[in-house]
Design a protein around this ligand. Structure first.
Ligand code: GLN
Length: 518
């Protein structure tokens, strides 16, 4: 089967159009991406299902984006698209386009681990709604990607299977928790990726790897088949190398689902139709509390240049306050662990995955959980259990829930004045693997992303340039976050497209002389 490596640098819309026009087959597109994975990812590329090597056996430049590559089933899916085309069926814009799926969403018959030893060996008997929708669009899932265990983290270092490397510098993290999907797309292993975002896990890795990444309005994308971390915050969303591709994927994923009680029953915003509208006359608010927020000087400079470019493109820019945004981190780090401690109670050694046998049920339960969960997950369960315990629930969980309401009101008030709010996506550029050992320092990565999560509003990160870390890192991507009112996801993508047009960022690390360790 001929595999043209140039196919791995084309975007999703271009690949979908080429497949639709019969210029290339879905199978050829797939083989080019499987070749790239075999060459760069450190998987054992053999048989129907390719597995990642153990962390100790990975090469120093292996990205380790995928935990499993479902090669045979991807070939079947690609061939099915090619047969439908040959039969004269009309195909959607993304039919035949490969995609990297975060290992927190179920795909029937393929392992789902959530980056945890706890779920080793668990094979879900059903598809997530997201997975079903991808298949219905003719998208070809390549496999399941690495992530921080149960999506808790900002670097993918909390995976039980070892960290993923950043295609911009293999010594650095790709961000997290959806770092595997981000690295796959940035490294040319897939033109599209799906991540999930509870407090920033799509937006921050998008920023760290030079991608567009979107967290939809809470309820826009079904959570059915998404293994729950914090149910009132979790949303799945797209990664892509440009805004149009991300919007096309968002459109495939969003929509009502009776199997998720928190799914929005109304029709989702049309994010694709909004793309060409520009920013002329649009009111843009720079969030005062998030503009500085401990930003590295390089990030701040690139951010201010992008703000100036938006203004030059016709937007009105003003500074806007979200007075309670500064309480976002403490509120998030109580609400999210509280929900996690309840959600993760289901991993008891009986129903899913791992079991460590012991004399009594209670001892079996404790031994299983002690062995199955890594340190960050155990920390969250303890924090969450404490925050919900009688005598402390008023001071911690309920107080955090009240702060959450105040933050949601801040957004509503701000959106009376401006159409969108913007900030840097993350306070710094991608850091070195192992460099952020203190959990509180890791949590500070999420300062700019958790407010939109707590308020449920949509937010998209778009790359705006590169900066170094002030310590000789070489060029690393910087992201700008665009936040819009509830259900106005279209506005996020519209502004992101306008930013992309004025900034002209090239998502290929090689175009920046990056992709090497320093
Ligand atoms: N970094 C945040 C956390 O560790 C967000 C994770 C996420 O969005 N899944 O909780």
């Amino acid at each position: 089967m001929s595999a043209d490596p140039a196919l791995t640098r084309l975007g999703a819309a271009a690949l979908g159009a080429a497949v639709g026009a019969g210029e290339v087959t879905a199978r050829e597109v797939l083989e080019a991406h499987l070749d790239a994975i075999a060459a760069r990812d450190g998987v054992v590329a053999d048989g129907d299902v390719w597995h990642a090597r153990d962390a100790a056996d990975l090469g120093p430049d292996d990205l380790h984006a995928f935990l499993v590559v479902t090669a045979a089933r991807a070939r079947d899916a690609a061939d099915a698209v090619d047969r439908r085309r040959a039969a004269g069926e009309a195909l959607g814009p993304l039919a035949g386009v490969p995609l990297a799926l975060k290992d927190v969403l179920t795909m029937r018959g393929a392992p789902t681990t959530c980056g945890s030893r706890m779920l080793e060996g668990w094979v879900p008997p059903y598809d997530a709604t997201v997975t079903e929708r991808l298949a219905a669009a003719g998208i070809v899932v390549l496999g399941k990607t690495n992530m921080d265990e149960f999506a808790m983290g900002s670097s993918t270092e909390n995976s039980a299977y070892g960290p993923t490397r950043n295609p911009w510098d293999p010594d650095r993290v790709p961000g997290g928790s959806s770092g595997g999907s981000a690295a796959a797309v940035a490294g040319g292993l897939a033109p599209l990726g799906v991540g999930t975002d509870t407090g920033g896990s799509i937006r921050q890795p998008a920023a760290f790897t030079g991608l567009v990444g979107g967290k939809p309005t809470y309820g826009a994308v079904s959570r059915y088949g998404l293994v729950a971390f914090a149910s009132s915050l979790d949303q799945a969303g797209p990664f892509a190398r440009d805004v149009t591709d991300a919007a096309l994927l968002h459109a495939v994923m969003a929509g009502p689902d009776p199997r998720d009680a928190t799914s929005d029953p109304t029709d989702p915003a049309d994010v694709v139709a909004a793309l060409g509208r520009g920013v002329e006359g649009l009111r843009v608010g720079v969030v005062e509390e998030l503009e500085e927020a401990g930003c590295e000087p390089g990030v701040r400079a690139v951010f201010l240049a992008a703000v100036a470019a938006l203004e030059a493109a016709g937007a009105t820019v003003e500074r806007v306050s979200l007075p309670h945004a500064g309480y976002g981190l403490p509120a998030y780090y109580l609400v999210a662990p509280a929900e996690a401690s309840s959600n993760l109670a289901r991993f008891d050694g009986v129903r899913y995955g791992r079991r460590v046998d012991a004399a009594t049920a209670e001892a079996m339960n404790a031994a299983t959980r002690g062995e199955g969960f890594g340190p960050e997950v155990r920390r969250r369960i303890m924090i969450g259990t404490h925050a919900l315990s009688s005598g402390y629930v008023d001071a911690y969980y309920l107080q955090a829930a009240r702060v959450r309401t105040l933050i949601a009101r801040d957004f509503a008030t701000a959106f009376d004045r401006v159409d969108v709010l913007i900030s840097p996506t993350a306070p710094g550029v991608a850091f070195r693997i192992g460099a952020v050992a203190d959990p509180l320092a890791m949590y500070r990565n999420d300062v700019a992303t958790v407010p939109a999560s707590l308020a449920g509003v949509p937010a998209v990160s778009v790359p705006i340039g590169t900066a170094d870390d002030g310590a000789g890192s070489g060029p690393l991507p910087v992201g700008l976050q665009i936040m819009a009112p509830l259900r106005a996801d279209d506005r996020c993508y519209r502004v992101a497209r306008a930013v992309e047009a004025v900034v002209g960022f090239d998502p290929d690390p090689a175009a920046h002389g990056a992709g090497v360790r320093r």
